[in-house]
Design a protein around this ligand. Structure first.
Ligand SMILES: C[S@@+](CC[C@H](N)C(=O)[O-])C[C@H]1O[C@@H](n2cnc3c(N)ncnc32)[C@H](O)[C@@H]1O
Length: 343
């Protein structure tokens, strides 16, 4: 397509998911002509659209959800060779880019979590607001939430709900799930929501009592924190010096992970004035956001999903990537395979 391209030139139909913090994310990416950018969470293509409109650049869009990739076909066509869409996990973003013939990228953006399309499709089983099969898988493969709920030991269930949902009543919910499944397997979102609601007290104005339980299972089933940790390390490997990393997250576990990763990678000296100065590897990133950027009141009014969003951005230095996955930043959880065995 011709340089830059106007909005309409790359508008592949209406977007069912309203992008959150899209404009600041693309501004932090510093999108420029000739650049190559990786959108690790293509979703409804909101960020990718903005990038394609911002400059005559190329975008590799990744999503593990086959439905998101299929929906992007119109945008691929409208972008005339500037957009490649790949159905895969963003933890592999450096390998994916290399498979596309891209050895270094100018920017990586991750807008993590679920899309409105996923939440609003009852059959995907993400939401306690719609009754559907208890699935919650973003991609098609692997175990779903019902497999976990019906196989896990009470202790594993409690740990998952506590660590990934930050739910204080995790032990009582796990006990109630185990009690319920002795009668019949828990196979629907409604059944799980009712179990959580039977145990978690809520007052008017509180979030739905099943919110944290659903969040925990979704994160566990999709290994969302492991994916994010691995993707941060992969971004460090693929970004060129001066390249930008931008991450938008929606809950504290993700934001804490991004914050700790970037703090560690941008640190130049030992943490304490009193501790002996230790030799540290050169920082691989320079922070662009000392505090996370959040949505302004206008955006939250237009799109309530934006209220919990936090954006962090950093610029890659020319120091070599440190290698390894920042696994130390992850909560200690049982492995999915062990959980499914019921131990
Ligand atoms: C919040 S939406 C992104 C919305 C997008 N920025 C937009 O403006 O339309 C998150 C998307 O990331 C995808 N996703 C989440 N985790 C992923 C992972 N580990 N690998 C690839 N895609 C993932 C989800 O399937 C979902 O489509």
């Amino acid at each position: 397509m011709t340089v830059g391209g106007g909005g309409s030139a790359v508008a592949g139909g209406p977007a069912p998911h309203i992008p959150v913090l899209g404009r600041p994310a693309v501004d932090f990416l510093n999108v420029h002509d000739g650049g190559t950018y990786i959108d690790g969470t293509f979703g409804a293509g909101g960020y990718t659209r903005l990038m394609l409109e911002a400059a005559d650049c190329k975008v590799i869009g990744i999503d593990r959800d086959q439905a998101a990739i299929a929906l992007g076909a119109g945008l691929v066509e409208a972008a005339h060779g500037r957009l490649t869409l790949i159905e895969d996990r963003f933890s592999r973003l450096d390998a994916i880019a290399r498979d596309c013939g891209v050895d270094v990228a100018d920017g990586v953006v991750l807008d993590v979590g679920v899309s409105s399309m996923q939440l609003d499709t009852a059959e995907r089983g993400f939401s306690f607001r719609h009754d559907g099969p208890l699935d919650m898988r973003m991609g098609g493969a692997g175990a779903g939430a019902a497999d976990v709920v019906n196989s896990a030991s009470e202790r594993d269930l409690a740990d998952i709900i506590f660590l990934l949902g930050e739910e204080r009543r995790s032990r009582a919910i796990a006990r109630a799930i185990v009690r319920a499944r002795t009668e019949a397997p828990v196979t629907t979102t409604r059944a799980l929501a009712d179990i959580a609601a039977s145990v978690v007290r809520s007052r008017p104005g509180d979030i739905h009592p099943a919110t944290r339980t659903f969040q925990a299972l979704r994160i566990f089933v999709n290994d969302e924190l492991g994916e994010l940790a691995t993707a941060l390390a992969a971004s460090e490997r693929i970004l060129k010096p001066g390249g930008r990393l931008v991450v938008v997250s929606f809950h504290s576990l993700e934001d804490r992970l991004v914050k700790s990763f970037l703090a560690g990678r941008s640190e130049t000296r030992s943490g304490s004035r009193h501790a002996p100065e230790v030799e540290r590897p050169a920082p691989t990133f320079r922070l662009l956001t000392k505090r996370p950027r959040i949505a302004d009141d206008d955006e939250v009014a237009r799109n309530p999903r934006a209220h919990s969003a936090k954006l962090r951005a950093a610029e890659r230095s020319d120091a070599p990537a440190r290698g390894g996955e920042p696994a130390a930043l992850l909560p200690r959880l049982p492995a999915l395979a062990d959980v499914l065995k019921g131990r």
